[in-house]
Ligand binder design. Sequence first.
Ligand SMILES: *Cc1c(COP(=O)(O)O)cnc(C)c1O
Length: 230
Amino acid sequence: MSSASSTQSTIASRLAEVRGDIATAAKTCGREPESVKLIAVSKTHPAEAVEEAIAAGQRIFGENRVQEAQGKFPELKECHPDIELHIIGPLQSNKVKDAVAIADCIQSVDREKIARHIAKEMEEQGRTPKLLVQVNTGEEPQKAGIPPAEVADFVKMCRDELGLEIAGLMCIPPLDEEPALHFALLDKLAKTLDLPELSMGMSGDYEKAVQFGATYVRVGTAIFGAREYP
Ligand SMILES: *Cc1c(COP(=O)(O)O)cnc(C)c1O
């Protein structure tokens, strides 16, 4: 990215920095930089911020809440049909229909009930968003996700019973633990199950996640700045 102009915005320059970090981390461990896809997590930030990122070449975006995504992305997608929306937050049953309608990828398939709803909606709507299973690598009671020991059975159930193709795994490590242990565990699980996509790493640890094999990193704050919650 050597085409910095004098009017380069903050979001554009932060994006360039994150992309540079990812490329460096990838090369350091012998990976192709292109093998890591950057998801710009735009939750709490307005559509204008997403537009700035799009203008800077960003194409994949992540949102936690379906309702918030619905407020921004249908219009953005009309102007920019090539952008991708990933839903990365826990889904409630009553939001599955809208999630399937709007998302290009749902990264947070985290229980059987939701998987069944997704299968039903995909069939009814004729849409096929990419699906990742969220793994609760830290086995935290308050956190969504399938416990590591149950992931194999869950993925098998999704495939065999529901006809869902699972593309990979996603995790959010516990705040107070070394993320590398969790990245290594997720990588091992994905390899065992022959799943190609690995979504891990956020603003504080995306370079480390790249070293452990992340194919998607989900970066919010380092691109859009701090979030303000009302
Ligand atoms: C908010 C969020 C992110 C981005 O977090 P940052 O620390 O701001 O980069 C990534 N993944 C998930 C699931 C999130 O909810």
